[in-house]
Design a protein around this ligand. Structure first.
Ligand code: PLP
Length: 421
């Protein structure tokens, strides 16, 4: 469910025509819908109404300050994976005690910064990290609240580059070593192991891997309880998928996901923490691009647009499939043939879609690449010295540029010439 729809023959974001924004901002640009962000957050949070739950939106999915502030105003906490993201969350007004810090490679200086801010908890991913964090905290006379991120060795049945819960993935500590680690941690002066964390992957469209992971999470919680540890929270991460295409596996509804959680963790006297990213932001954004040329190769049609892999890398990196809609509704009914929608970047991997049935476009026609709100702009780059793609936020009939396109002067001014040149 999202708020991008045709009105009077033109694709709108809520009450604003994407054509109007394109005219004012130029292309390409990302456009986010406030109503969609709010709706997804609310559906997820409401699924846990009545439970002691903290929903920490995963900042890495879409970290624009305006997006963070929109979600913070709905009551969201945040899951961050770097000092930079922590600074963003704080700048967006998120209370430190609603922030959790994940990631396999936190530096000591990042740990110190997060301790000074007073975050809710660290998700610790290795024994070595636990020791480093204990040192950093003890030197401040502090004690870091932590959850070990436990790797349950479960196949989340998603793309291999976004699976995180299999034994061969770099994430977390092995399930069968977890008990020993909690014991060891109880002897470390600078940490308090008061939670368990699991995050098994992203774009998960089947409830079963979650259920399997929850069963292990519950078993570990019970063991730790028997070992005399007191757990204050369990953090089940994120990973709930979104529908990228009509004939996809439809991901579980947050209510069904919540039921699985309640079932597995019933009468466990702990706060529940979640880190949803994609399910909040994915459908809340589109990438709008302009068609430059239609090109007919020896045996292939190409539609060349002004957005490329540097703006949206998901098709290249994850073999992702994004729906593409013409902004002009008339074109939707026109005869369609297979085309590769490609960008201007000098890479063969620079495409937004392959062999997609689309109408023949004219120069200047606008297209919208759907479900681009998560892991879109955050992964963009200025490769080929292309200006970083701007971001626009719509709210009803209002819209604002929430990250402007840099000028070429801005871009060139980032470099420095050494004195010998
Ligand atoms: C990326 C990430 C998330 C969010 O995953 P989604 O699939 O976007 O919900 C949550 N927790 C951790 C630790 C992550 O790395």
């Amino acid at each position: 469910m999202h708020h991008f729809a045709y009105k009077g023959g033109v694709l709108y974001a809520e009450g604003v025509s994407l054509g109007e924004i394109a005219g004012a901002v130029g292309t390409p640009f990302y456009c986010y819908s406030t109503a969609t962000l709010k709706r997804h957050y609310t559906v997820f949070a409401n699924a846990f109404a009545g439970s002691d739950a903290l929903v920490c939106y995963s900042v890495k999915a879409n970290s624009n300050l305006a997006v963070l502030k929109t979600l913070g105003a709905q009551g969201s906490g945040m899951d961050v994976v770097s000092e930079g993201e922590l600074r963003r969350a704080r700048a967006a007004g998120i209370a430190a005690e609603r922030i959790v810090f994940s990631g396999v490679g936190k530096t000591r200086s990042e740990m110190a910064y997060a301790l000074d801010e007073g975050i809710y908890a660290f998700n610790v991913e290795s024994e070595a990290e636990a020791h480093a964090l204990s040192d950093v905290a003890a030197a401040k006379g502090a004690r870091a609240r932590i959850a070990f991120r436990v790797n349950p060795d479960i196949d989340p049945k998603t793309h291999k580059k976004i699976s995180t819960g299999k034994a061969e993935d770099k994430f977390g500590v092995p399930f069968d070593r977890a008990r020993g680690l909690y014991k060891e941690a109880s002897g470390l002066p600078g940490i308090k192991a008061c939670g368990i964390h699991m995050h098994i992957g992203s774009q998960i469209t089947d409830l079963q891997p979650f259920a399997d992971a929850l069963e292990l999470l519950r078993a570990l919680a019970d063991q730790l309880h028997d070992d005399g540890h007191s757990l204050e929270f369990v953090n089940f991460g994120g990973g709930l998928g979104v529908p990228y295409r009509g004939d996809d596996d439809i991901p579980p509804h947050p209510d069904d996901y919540a039921n699985a959680v309640r079932c597995a963790l019933a009468d466990l006297d702990c706060k529940l923490v979640f880190e949803p990213g994609r399910v909040i932001a994915g459908n809340a954004g589109v990438l709008v691009a302009r068609v430059l040329y239609e090109k007919h190769g020896a045996n292939r049609r190409f539609t060349v647009v002004d957005a490329g892999m540097n703006d949206l890398i998901r098709p290249t990196l994850y073999d992702a499939w994004h729906e593409i809609w013409p902004v002009d509704e008339k074109l939707r009914g026109a005869p369609a043939t297979p085309t590769d929608v490609v960008g201007p970047v000098c890479e063969t991997g620079d495409y937004l879609a392959l062999e997609r049935a689309l109408p023949e476009f004219g120069e200047g026609d606008l297209i919208a690449v759907l479900t681009a709100g998560a892991y879109g702009a955050v992964q963009s780059s200025s490769y080929n010295t292309r200006p970083l793609v701007p971001e626009v936020l719509v709210n009803g009939d209002a819209w604002a540029v929430v990250r402007p396109r840099p000028t070429y002067d801005d871009m060139l001014a980032l470099d420095r010439l050494p004195e010998w040149l």
